[in-house]
Design a binder for this molecule. Structure first.
Ligand SMILES: Cc1cc2nc3c(=O)[nH]c(=O)nc-3n(C[C@H](O)[C@H](O)[C@H](O)COP(=O)(O)O)c2cc1C
Ligand SMILES: Nc1ncnc2c1ncn2[C@@H]1O[C@H](COP(=O)(O)OP(=O)(O)OP(=O)(O)O)[C@@H](O)[C@H]1O
Length: 307
């Protein structure tokens, strides 16, 4: 996959089928679009995703600061599903203020677009004035096919990244996973913690998540963890460990069941399955330890039931 970013000076010669949007999370609704892209790819077009590299909240209003998928994670997901070109367009004033027709013309000229795939609520161009009807109207003028899809719904609500984010923030992991079509995950490098875990007989791996990644509420979760492509069962605390003195950074800390190896500096992925409880400040390490043992027992029972 060719990853084009930080530039408005992109050009693709081969004829393309393109889909546009933010694609945060790449949920089941987005998957509908991906299926169409795959079909068109079989017919000989190159599959392209056009998305915006949106700066952090302080620069632009109305943009959520935390994301379901970081740019790097999106890149891996798109590569995995066979996208040929990922264009991450800088969200500059020039782009924001582009008239919808100019935007379409720019795409067609720069990316040799033969087919545009979008949901029926897709808006683009200055003040979001461009819509799917405009995409259809200009199809003949600019020589592309417009494939407009109805929105996939769940509970009579359109599936959207906003919907998924709300469920994550409410700790409804199963629901979020259902909307996504895969398990919500956090990837990061294993760092040294305070080394207290091993002294209480419950060693943990500490992962510092990417700053922009949306985390579920501070609490304890049943998880599955991938290390070197191997899967392990785990129980994970998301939070600042209020029981432990000091200014602990927000972390994702996992005790892996039946695992005792050194994995410092390895990149691991933690997939969330269900929330067990909220993170709490305990009056002593012993009380915390007792509760952690209960969390481990809950997790073992959870996986035993799965078998
Ligand atoms: C299953 C589990 C549950 C946890 N729950 C809490 C909690 O409710 N409150 C808290 O302050 N820390 C909690 N922690 C974090 C512990 O404080 C932490 O694992 C321990 O201090 C060891 O940290 P270290 O690896 O940095 O030494 C939890 C950790 C795990 C693995
Ligand atoms: N549930 C869905 N069914 C079909 N198409 C969808 C669905 N959700 C989004 N799309 C389409 O996917 C493309 C990218 O959508 P985008 O990621 O920008 O928005 P979203 O998923 O609705 O999230 P947000 O909550 O940020 O608006 C658009 O063409 C959009 O219409």
């Amino acid at each position: 996959m060719k990853y084009i970013k930080n530039t408005l000076d992109f050009h693709v010669e081969e004829p393309t089928v393109i889909s546009l949007g933010k694609f945060d999370g790449i949920h089941r609704g987005h998957e509908l679009l991906m299926e169409k892209l795959a079909q068109k790819k079989e017919e000989g077009l190159k599959a392209a995703i056009f998305t915006f590299d949106i700066p952090p909240k302080k620069n632009v209003e109305h943009i959520e600061a935390k994301v379901l998928t970081t740019n790097e994670e999106k890149m891996h997901i798109f590569e995995g599903i066979g996208i040929d070109y990922l264009i991450e367009c800088p969200f500059t004033r020039e782009v924001m203020c582009m008239e919808p027709e100019d935007f379409i013309r720019m795409l067609v000229e720069k990316l040799n677009v033969k087919c545009i795939v979008a949901g029926e609520d897709f808006h683009f161009g200055h003040n979001r004035r461009g819509d799917y009807q405009m995409l259809k109207r200009y199809a003949l003028v600019y020589g592309y096919e417009a494939l407009i899809l109805s929105k996939m719904k769940e509970d009579e609500r359109d599936i959207s990244s906003t919907f998924v984010r709300e469920e994550i923030m409410a700790g409804n992991i199963e629901k979020a996973n259902h909307l996504l079509g895969y398990r919500y995950f956090v990837t990061g490098m294993v760092k040294h913690g305070n080394q207290i875990g091993r002294t209480i007989g419950i060693p943990t791996i500490n992962l510092i998540p990417p700053e922009e990644k949306l985390l579920p509420p501070f609490g304890v979760y049943v998880t599955e963890v991938f290390i070197d492509d191997k899967r392990y069962y785990g129980v994970t605390n998301v939070g600042c460990k209020p029981t432990i003195k000091g200014n602990n950074p927000v972390g994702v800390e996992t005790h892996l069941l039946d695992f005792r190896e050194d994995v410092y500096e390895k990149v691991v992925t933690v997939e969330f399955r269900t929330m067990i409880r909220e993170e709490r400040k305990f009056e002593s390490i012993e009380k915390l330890q007792e509760q952690m043992m209960n969390d481990i027992a809950f997790t073992r029972a959870f996986f035993a039931k799965m078998k």
